[in-house]
Design a binder for this molecule. Structure first.
Ligand SMILES: O=c1ccn([C@@H]2O[C@H](COP(=O)(O)O)[C@@H](O)[C@H]2O)c(=O)[nH]1
Length: 295
């Protein structure tokens, strides 16, 4: 009897992201097809306009940045045809060999979370991405189905920790049993990345900490470096965060930061070449900040 063929374990998301950042710099470019941006690009606010916008972004960012983050909300607003465009966008990113991070901020009771995990993190799903944003506010352990499936399929999960919006602190800075909610999230992420850390690899479970949070990381004593995963930092540009400000906000975790810029880069459209140049400039600004920090 011939032996059962062994399938090779997938390369973990954290390892793939580390290689992409080393090659392209620490930028995650957003695909956020706001109605106002479609108009500024001379596109109709329709499914056709959405598709032209999203595929122009893939043409511009594919092979040029470490990671691309489509914002699910702007596809969902067109109903099932918008979701079909999201599927094609994710497929086009796969074909371009560029990592996708789907920003859908899913979170629910564990059994429903298993459904979300199947939708975005299984090899068979048309909506699969390399990584997914999730919300831990039903309790970190409610995310377990997504954390487990991501580990099994070589995908990643980014857990909201300190969000970039001004309303976030009312929940995330709250204290229970002597720990802030945000610190408890970081504890969960650190535990899930422990094996990757021990192997000297970037973990596949990331945190989301806004580029706008000022001194909150230090004030709350968050050990983001110790959590061992990438730190997605949205809020650059349009929300007021700057590449220079990241050093003060993230301190010794700066080397783990993956900056996200959506509107600021997208305003350079509609020419793919101009979009790509804007994304490259943003990536280089972020990379030089990390280099300066290392000395
Ligand atoms: O705390 C968070 C988490 C996610 N986001 C998302 O990132 C982009 C930011 O877009 P900009 O145009 O660069 O402001 C957007 O998709 C948000 O939903 C965030 O901003 N803050």
């Amino acid at each position: 009897m011939s032996p059962t063929p062994q399938t090779a374990a997938p390369t973990p998301f954290g390892v793939r992201l580390r290689a992409a950042i080393d090659e392209h710099g620490p930028l995650c470019a957003g695909i956020d097809p706001h109605a106002a941006l479609l108009e500024a690009w001379g596109l109709p606010d329709t499914v056709d306009g959405l598709e032209r916008f999203a595929l122009t972004c893939v043409e511009a960012f594919g092979g040029a940045v470490a990671c691309v983050k489509p914002q699910s909300a702007f596809f969902e607003r067109f109903g099932s045809r918008g979701v079909a465009v999201l599927e094609r966008t994710l497929e086009a990113l796969r074909e371009a060999g560029t990592l996708s991070l789907l920003d859908a901020k899913r979170g629910d009771i564990g059994t429903t979370m298993a459904g979300y995990a199947q939708a975005y993190l299984s090899d068979a799903s048309p909506l699969r991405a390399d990584a997914l944003t999730v919300s831990p506010y039903l309790g970190y352990e409610s995310l377990r189905p997504a954390l487990d499936l991501a580990a099994a399929t070589g995908r990643g999960v980014f857990v909201l920790t300190l969000t970039s919006n001004p309303e976030g602190p009312s929940v995330q800075h709250a204290v229970r049993a002597g720990r802030t909610v945000a610190a408890a999230v970081v504890d969960g992420v650190a535990a899930d990345n422990a094996a990757a850390r021990a192997a000297g690899e970037l973990g596949s479970i990331g945190t989301v900490v806004g580029a706008t949070v000022g001194s909150a990381v230090a004030d709350l004593g968050l050990d983001l470096a110790g959590a061992g995963g990438p730190v997605l930092a949205p809020g650059l540009g349009a929300q007021g965060g700057t590449a220079d400000g990241l050093r003060a906000t993230f301190g010794d975790a700066l080397a783990l930061v993956l900056g996200n810029s959506s509107r600021e880069v997208l305003r350079a459209g509609p020419q793919a070449s101009a979009l790509r140049a804007a994304a490259r400039a943003a990536a280089e600004a972020l990379a030089s900040g990390v280099e300066t920090h290392r000395g």
